[in-house]
Design a protein around this ligand. Sequence first.
Ligand SMILES: Nc1ncnc2c1ncn2[C@@H]1O[C@H](COP(=O)(O)OP(=O)(O)OP(=O)(O)O)[C@@H](O)[C@H]1O
Ligand SMILES: [Mg+2]
Length: 397
Amino acid sequence: MPVAKLGNPCLLRMGVYLCGMIKAGILGGGQLGRMLLQAAANYPIETHVLESDPDCPAAHLCHHFTAGNIRDFNDVLAFGRKLDVVTIEIESVNIDALEQLESEGICIIPKPSTLRLIADKVTQKIFYRDNQIPTSEFEITESRDALQQFPDFFPGVHKVGTGGYDGKGVQLLETMADVALGFNERSVLEKKVNIKKEISILIAVDRNMRMAIYPPVDMVFDPTLNLISYQFCPAKLSEKVFQKSEAIAIKVVKDLKSPGFFAVELFIDADDRVLVNETAPRVHNSGHHTIEACYSSQFDMLWRILLGYPLGNPKLIMQAAIVNLVGESGFSGVAYYEGLEKILEMDNVFVHIYGKAATRPGRKMGHVTILDTNDSALLHRANQIRNTLYVKSASNF
Ligand SMILES: Nc1ncnc2c1ncn2[C@@H]1O[C@H](COP(=O)(O)OP(=O)(O)OP(=O)(O)O)[C@@H](O)[C@H]1O
Ligand SMILES: [Mg+2]
């Protein structure tokens, strides 16, 4: 049944109570969409997912699955026109279609204009510079050859403007001898930061620009896969660095001028400078622990924003660690989770398997959250899980 469009949260709530379910759509059907749908079950919502693969992680948890291309104008437009509110779980969607839907009165969160700014690393970096938000020094390059013009930027990091994800589209260039590895398209060349720590700060922003700020998360990267291998919350920071980081993250989100859920990725360098790396305008892989470790998870929080409800409580109930489950090298095919039963015997350990039928080396297949009141026990148990649980392939088993 149609309800009032979602410009006004009060109308929205009336819609919920008087006219039935709000129709909410997610562009993308990966694990973030899947976990968002798990939280949706608590609210009066009819959920829709647009994704090309009918067996994607989110396909079987939504009320209505539409097979289609999230990058295609017509697919996104047709999908959105049936809905009251639309959000994303990945940035690389057709933003022209979202703008069209917005002009037709459909509520799009985050705003398409904010998404457009963020979806291109070039415009995102310019946004930081224009808003005096600290970020690594950078130059824009239109081709691989253009890298030669910036000898001062080596060692540097070359990043494609659009289309990169999970470290793909990011290339370290130690010296000018590496320019052949650079991207031959519109990209950003950043000076390499001497990183002491990478953290992320998650911030929920409601339609009145009120914010709920989560405690910072320490992200520890796997240098070969360029994926987060562990994360800990709260991040261990001096009070000064914590204050600086939070203030910078709040400024980023304020200046983006959109409701939604944001993850601000920050570098702390060797001199304790805080620099913004990038911002994701959506729920984020650094926020998975919030499901068990916080009063309101990032997924619960995004629904509250989408539905015009009050924000939840982002505080930690207990400190947490996350271990990512990625496909072991040497195994491809139907996934088998070796060691799963041993993990499930442990207290305060929560397993999330993303429902991807096939594993391949480095593929994100799930994560495990560990809660503990004691820091060293947390680290010890995270290591124990890393050394017990492996994603392998049934065919090689
Ligand atoms: N200027 C820099 N100096 C040093 N290291 C960097 C720099 N930029 C990026 N990196 C490293 O590369 C990683 C990936 O970069 P970035 O976050 O921009 O890419 P991404 O593809 O969007 O990654 P993801 O999707 O995992 O967030 C960073 O987390 C960091 O470890
Ligand atoms: Mg990143």
